[in-house]
Design a protein around this ligand. Structure first.
Ligand code: PLP
Length: 384
């Protein structure tokens, strides 16, 4: 089986050496030395003044909303992972969707102003698949209407915009270090801000609101992460350049192999140093996408409808039409992207997609389950 993603794993010996140290110190969590070291290394790698390591990318969003004391309505994108919207609702605010740009797949800034009401307090936008939002346009609107800006940068590790880490933008940027993300700490997340007072507030909030041994300054939660998770992060960070390189190579292979197809690709913002974390492809119709997915499944290649459905269709929200997002969400899927995806496997993916796009050519025969790369060779032979 070729999955859509596989977590990156460092050498077991390296991870073990960190675990041995944890055993010696017997310090498992509560802002331990590995958590501190990871934060320091992340700040250095990203060239940012502050970074807070937290439990996951969802709590990172909740902390940001809470620390900015947001109330009322938050303008957001319907094309994201469910946590972007659910974090808003969880914090007692109302998500107000603004449709996306068909090319970039990010929130369309030209439609934001029409959605602003006296109750609007912020904009929460996702840099979809690591593609930077139209940051200048969003900032200008936020300034004009005195709104806060949070970026959900869960897909963005390694992305730079105008020479700076993408996490440097917005009042707060959040990210996820979940196992499925390009850089991960098994579970984990990050919160970034340039505002020292806000950082302090979030640091206390992360730890139950403690500001001293017996003193509390904020209402807090438990958003701490453990030494074990930080250990995985420290190991994985050693491989980050290799991971980024491999993704780029894979991305470029898919892109050049599928260039002449009918598929539409995401348009990447200029002045971006991209991380090539995902390879989304947009079909002409939902049926073309489903047919292709079926052909891929026959040879045990799993692609994923991502993001689907549109968040504006969530059952706990008032239903509203988001024509562009609704249409894209039905026609998009992400191709397998992970560190160990080999040449045979990626060629198989491309061949099946190309054939599915060209139904006039010989049909691809359904085959029984195969589970290794060698089976992949056979499959390629079979569809030739
Ligand atoms: C993964 C993801 C999250 C949630 O992060 P977790 O660490 O899994 O909680 C939030 N937003 C987006 C866009 C994501 O892709």
């Amino acid at each position: 089986m070729i999955p859509v993603t596989k977590p990156f794993l460092p050498s077991l010996a390296t991870f073990q050496s960190y675990i041995d140290c944890i055993w010696t110190r017997q310090w498992l969590t509560n802002n331990g030395p590995l958590v501190n070291e990871l934060e320091l290394k992340l700040r250095t790698y990203l060239n940012l003044p502050y970074a807070l390591y937290v439990t996951n990318g969802t709590i990172a969003l909740q902390l940001a909303i809470k620390a900015l004391a947001l109330k009322g309505e938050i303008i957001t994108t319907p094309f994201s992972f469910v946590a972007t919207t659910s974090a808003i609702v969880w914090q007692g605010c109302k998500p107000v969707f603004v449709d996306i740009d068909e090319q970039t797949l990010n929130i369309d800034p030209s439609k934001i102003e029409a959605a602003i009401t006296p109750r609007t307090t912020a904009i929460l936008a996702t840099h979809v698949f690591g593609n930077p939002c139209h940051i200048e346009a969003i900032d200008a609107i936020a300034k004009r209407y005195k709104l806060k800006v949070i970026y959900d940068a869960a897909h963005c590790f390694g992305v730079k915009y105008k020479g700076k880490s993408i996490f440097a933008y917005g009042d707060v940027s959040t990210t996820s270090f979940h196992a499925t993300k390009l850089f991960h700490t098994i579970e984990g997340g990050g919160v970034f801000t340039q505002d020292e007072a806000l950082l302090k507030k979030m640091t206390y909030m992360r730890n139950f609101g403690y500001s001293g041994v017996d003193t509390f300054s904020e209402i807090g939660t438990n958003a701490k992460n453990s030494e074990f998770h930080a250990a995985m992060g420290l190991c994985n960070l050693k491989y980050i350049e290799e991971i980024l390189c491999k993704r780029k190579e894979l991305f470029e292979f898919y892109r050049s192999s599928l260039e002449t197809s009918d598929l539409q690709f995401q348009h990447i913002q200029s002045q971006t140093q991209f991380n090539h974390a995902y390879f989304p492809v947009i079909f002409k119709s939902e049926s073309a996408m489903l047919n292709c997915m079926k052909q891929l499944e026959k040879v045990q290649v799993c692609c994923r409808r991502y993001f689907y459905p549109s968040l504006s269709a969530l059952p706990y929200l008032e239903q509203i039409a988001m024509p562009i997002c609704d249409s894209i969400a039905k026609r998009i899927m992400c191709l397998p992207m992970f560190h160990t995806l080999d040449n045979l496997e990626r060629s198989l993916v491309v061949k099946i997609i190309t054939k599915a796009q060209n139904p006039s050519r010989k049909r691809i025969a359904a085959k029984p389950a195969y589970s290794t790369a060698i089976a992949g060779t056979e499959m390629i032979a079979n569809i030739n």
